[in-house]
Design a binder for this molecule. Structure first.
Ligand SMILES: Cc1ncc(COP(=O)(O)O)c(C=O)c1O
Length: 419
């Protein structure tokens, strides 16, 4: 009998809790104490600079900055590329709302484009069809366990002279043809929010390939200051400025976050390897089950990273709505099995018209209406296909992962109870 009907669950979460997230030990504590005692609690402190040095070495990027979160990082990336009013920015319809909200925050128009059925990432064909003379940038999002087709995205962007800002919020440590996710386009943005596979509670990382863009990013995150700026005392109460200051605000991170980050980063690669091994094991088990397909296994993704483990359910073949399947699987596993993000053309957390600041003029107001975009694949995936498991489940033992496969098979076998 299925657990949802009162049967014995496949996974006994009471006796074997799933791995917790985040994971920490005495390392975080001692680094935090060092920060506390040093009195350098923010502003380019030694821990921040050390993390930047390590992230440069890890990703091969020459320019790295830490910022307050993975939303303002996208906003600053757009500003560094000179994008603003009158510009269109292409964003996949299936992503966390921040990817599109950041575009609104620079007064540009987010243009929502549909995704591919087997990666849930930006569809390159539809991307190219949507480009107009106003399009200035594209933000490919690497979603859950997949990367956007960066060969296609980069070549289309180059052909049309567009900036590429990679939203790698889910993809710390992934590689495309050996190149780190977040360093393939002009700017890469990562989130360090609590649920992410590299976390400081909150925070964001920016990488840039071009020194000029990097200089602007550095100034934008730090109230417009450039490292070369100087205030010179001319005497008699007169001060002069050297260098070109720009307008911005404070988007800095604290040294406490940098301390936690250093400790978390030391574990990240090993955790990613465990997630990858377990995801491959799940792929092998689930791909044999009727009505289940795994996500695209793209050999160009030479290193995997998983914010979530996703797979595809075929409602037509199984004959049971996916939400009932997810509820039954949740009961078997003792954790919440979810769908994917709500498509942005009708998403409860993406409501551009609820902010009067966005009402620049009637034309802009109309252009930012998300309901004007058609996202059939996003909706199909959200409503009847997507099944996602949290990334901490992928840190479990092989034995436990085998039970996940067994739980999916059990729900499919017992599906008549779900009619
Ligand atoms: C794809 C994507 N982009 C951007 C963000 C925003 O990051 P943050 O929560 O750090 O602002 C998130 C966070 O969930 C995300 O998943």
């Amino acid at each position: 009998m299925l657990a949802i009907q009162g049967g014995v669950p496949v996974y006994d979460v009471k006796s074997r809790p799933w791995p917790v997230w985040p994971i920490s030990d005495g390392t975080e504590l001692s680094l935090l104490k060092e920060v506390l005692d040093s009195r350098v609690w923010s502003y380019n402190g030694p821990k921040e600079l050390e993390f930047i040095r390590r992230w440069k070495a890890f990703t091969g990027s020459d320019h790295v900055f830490l910022v307050a979160n993975g939303t303002v990082s996208i906003q600053l990336a757009l500003e560094a590329c000179g994008i603003g009013y009158g510009d269109e920015v292409i964003v996949p319809g299936l992503t966390w709302q921040a990817t599109a909200a950041a575009v609104l925050d620079v007064n540009a128009v987010p243009v929502l484009v549909d995704v591919e059925e087997d990666t849930w990432c930006l569809d390159p064909v539809k991307f190219e069809q949507t480009i107009t003379e106003r399009t200035k940038a594209v933000i490919p999002v690497h979603l859950y366990g997949n990367m956007a087709d960066m060969d296609a995205v980069l070549s289309i962007a180059r052909k049309h002279g567009l900036r590429v800002i990679e939203d790698a919020a889910h993809k710390h440590g992934a590689c495309w043809r050996g190149v780190a996710a977040g360093t393939l386009g002009d700017i890469g943005s990562y989130s360090l929010q609590l649920s992410k596979i590299l976390t400081a509670g909150e925070g964001g990382i920016l990488t840039a390939q071009d020194a000029q863009i990097a200089g602007r990013l550095d100034a934008l995150r730090n109230c417009g200051r450039r490292p070369s700026n100087l205030i010179v005392d001319k005497g008699a109460g007169q001060y002069g400025e050297v260098g070109d200051f720009i307008q911005s605000g404070n988007y800095r991170i604290t040294e406490f976050q940098a301390a936690v980050l250093l400790a978390q980063f030391a574990r990240m690669e090993q955790q990613n390897a465990v997630r990858d091994k377990n995801a491959c094991m799940l792929d092998a088990m689930l791909s044999k089950l009727p009505g289940i397909s795994t996500m695209r296994d793209d050999p160009r993704e030479t290193h995997r990273a998983y914010f979530k483990y996703a797979f595809r359910y075929d409602e037509g073949q199984v004959g049971i709505p996916v939400d009932r399947f997810r509820s039954a699987l949740s009961a078997e596993l003792g954790l919440k099995v979810e769908s994917c993000y709500q498509p942005l053309n009708n998403c409860s957390l993406y409501r551009p018209h609820t902010k009067q600041r966005h009402n620049l003029n009637p034309e802009y107001w109309k252009a930012i209406d998300p309901s004007r975009f058609d996202l059939p694949a996003c909706w199909r995936i959200f409503k009847s296909v997507a099944v996602t498991l949290p990334q901490n489940l992928l840190l479990a033992s092989e034995e436990d992962i085998a039970l996940v496969g067994r739980a999916v098979a059990k729900v499919l076998d017992g599906k008549s109870a779900l009619v």
